[in-house]
Structures are given as structure tokens and as C-alpha cells.
Design a protein around this ligand. Sequence first.
Ligand code: NAD
Length: 447
Amino acid sequence: ADATVPAGLKISVYGTGYLGATHAVSMAELGFEVMGVDTDANKVAALAAGKVPFFEPGLPELLEKQLATGRLTFSTDLEEAARWGDVHFICVGTPQMKTSHAANLGYVEAATSTVAKNLTKNGVIVGKSTVPVGTAARLRELIAGLTPEGVEVDLLWNPEFLREGKAVDDTLHPDRIVLGGTNARTEAIMREVYAGPIAEGTPVVVTDLPTAELVKVSANAFLATKISFINAIAGVCEAAGADVTVLADALGHDVRIGRQFLDAGLGFGGGCLPKDIRALMHRSNELGAYRAAALLQQVDEINMGQRERVIDMTMEALGGSVLNRRICVLGAAFKPLTDDVRDSPALNVAAALHLRGAQVTVFDPEAGDTARASFPTLSYATSAEEAVEGTDVVLMLTEWKQFTSLDPAALAKVATSPRIIDARGKLDPAEWRAAGWEFRGLGRTAA
Ligand code: NAD
């Protein structure tokens, strides 16, 4: 054992949203004593009572298990957590500013200041939130001015790559661990924290602060670019009478390209990709890296254009207007296996059609409640069959597995007019057409 690593590390996790709650529970699963803290008293109360306040497969079971061990607690007392912990993970939100593309760093600054001011023993502050490059260096200065005398604290950056829907597995078995701005002491502590995944062979990339910050946003920018690339090609396919789903499969056989993130369709959304590429666009411009900013601008525009494209297709399918027409929207979550509707393309399209006078009924297997909270004026059904009943057109906007196994023949009987727009490229046009449906897809030839 390394003498500089305190025995029985205590881990404080600030922010218990999608990232922080998963991280806190997972650190307890790795054997540490963990305190999860959040300014949102409702979230803390729910977690302390064994309820995960959002849908994440596997997390409720693990939360229950770890609460029972006594290793995991939740609190609203940030100061107490700062006094208690050895390793302080900052997992608070960094949403897009209301008035610009930049990231709002207010929560990260507030949480970091509270921790720094209240430390009573040596520790390490570990940034996990996704931040614009340069943030960590500024936080270091902030911390230096706030930490009580005699307390040794260092900041490092350890960006998080988890995916919602696979968050637990991604945290316990990550593809890589990136540590930015470590010294011998903090690197030893982090290798202790992640001893489990490291023993399984997870690569550790030790680097400086700006590189660590940039790895995260570059990963998201690359994935976003891949999606917008295939969506741009889908436009060419439509114009040329080609089929983008077959094309994507063929491209994907090239191992240099790979099939993942090549699904043409309604594009990306959620609480991460859109705001992260916009923040990187903004930061690239500030740094004078105009080419990166221009590329990301295109990626964002192509992506948002897909939502317009689906709205236009819907109008077209209904003869030019959606006024008073009944539209069934399958899917509200920004992707399957989550109830997250932040910047959801599906809900965004549903709301836009509602604003144009359509009667929109939405069904989502998990995101009905979160969707209703964001858009209470839409109607919500409790099953796909109920949502399809009496509809003039069905829009498949989130590729839940349930939707790919729907029975087109049975649904054709309950729809007023069997028309469907598959905005995720996951349904088999031949099967739906054979059951009497007028079928439209993005990047595919019309019926
Ligand atoms: P979230 O909104 O679900 O959670 C953020 C939490 O921080 C909220 O519960 C909020 O109440 C709390 N908070 C705000 N200020 C606080 C403070 N001063 N002290 C304590 N708690 C405070 O957001 P999220 O999705 O968990 O994202 C958090 C960060 O992680 C973001 O930077 C995001 O980009 C990044 N990230 C998210 C994911 C993901 O899949 N959700 C993946 C990787 C990285």
C-alpha cells in the first residue's frame, strides 16, 4: 500500500442527479464509505429512502443493496460532507446558458467553493462534471484562495463517460479512466479509488487538466458528428432514391468506421450531446479555433434540421396541414432506456405539432411522467395501442425495443388512416406496407 493514501478512503459526491447518484452508489459498490449530497432536498430524501428519482436500469437494486450495507448515506449538508470526505467528487450540472451557447458554470463554482472552504483535513477535489477547457485551472485558483490554512488539497479532473441507460455498468466497468492534473499523491489516491476497474484492465490515461477536460467534450463532439454525418447522407439518399439504412450497414462493416452511431433519423438530444457541442463551439471560438467551431455549428444545424424535416414530412403526409388532425407520437425520451426528456427530439417534435394545431397523443414506456411534467398540454396514453387508436398518422420518434415489435396488422385496424413515419429507421417498411400502412422513413424512398 502507498503511505500517502489514507486507509479507508471516504468519498463525498456533490450533485446526485443522473451522474452523481450513479457515481455515489457505484463507489459504495466498490467498497468505499460514501456520502451523496445535493441541494435538492427532494432528491436526497428519495435516495435516502431507497428510491432513484429517475429511470436507470439496475440502479434501484444497487442503491437498495448499498444502503443496507450502511456504507452509503445521502444528505443536503454540503459543509458536513466537505468535513467528512477524503475524496470530493464534483458531479453537479453544467447546463447551457439561457442566453448563449456557453456552459453555465455557476453550480460547479458554488459546489467547489463550499467544499474548499469547509475542508478540515487533506483531501482531493475531483471534477467529474463536463466543463469547457480552462475551467479546472480557474477552479484551482479559486480553491487556493479559500482552503483553510494547514489543509492540503489538490484539484484534478476525471471526466465521466457514462451513458444513461447503461450508467451503472459504464461506471463500474469504464472503457477508460482519464485523470488530468494529478501529482504523485493524488494519482495514488485515484488509483486506489478505481482499483477495481483498473484490476480488470481498464486503461488509465494520466494527463494535464486541459487535455482531460477536452477528451470528454471531444468524445461527445465526435459521436454527434457521426450522427449528423449519416443524417446529411440520408438527405442525399432521399434525393437519389437510395436507402440509408442499408448504406449504414454496409459502411459499418468497415472496422475503421463501425456501425454504432450511424443510425439516420431524428438526431441526438438529451442533457449532454447538444449542450456539450454548443459549449465546445463557443469555447473554440473564444480560443480562436474557428474551424472546430464551424464544424460543430454544422453538426448542430444538421441535427436540429432533422426535427424540422420530420415536422415537414408529417405535414406532407397529412396533405399540407396538421390542424385538428390526430397524431400519435411513439416515444418521448431522448433515447431508449431512459426517462430523460431534456432536449428530447421526440418531445420537441410532438410539441411543435401541437403548436401547429394537431391533437397529439404521446406514449413512452418510461418517460410519460417526465414528459408530462415538461409538456402538460400534450395528451398521454398508457399504451402504444391506445395512442394509435383513431390516429391520422403515427410517428415513431424514440427507438424503444417495444416499438419495433408492434404488430402492424393489429394496429392498422385501430388507426383511422394507417400512415406511419419511422423517424428512427428501425421498422421494416416491407412488413408495415404489407399490413396496409403508408410508410415513410428518413433517408429512404417514399411509399
Ligand atoms: P442533473 O441535472 O441530473 O444533476 C445535477 C445535480 O446537481 C442536481 O441534482 C442539482 O440539484 C445538483 N446541484 C446543483 N448545484 C449543486 C450544489 N452547489 N451542490 C450540490 N448539488 C448541486 O445532471 P447530470 O445529468 O447528472 O449531469 C451532471 C454533470 O455530469 C454535467 O456536467 C453533465 O454534462 C455531466 N455528465 C452527465 C452524463 C449523463 O449521462 N447524464 C454523462 C457524463 C457527464
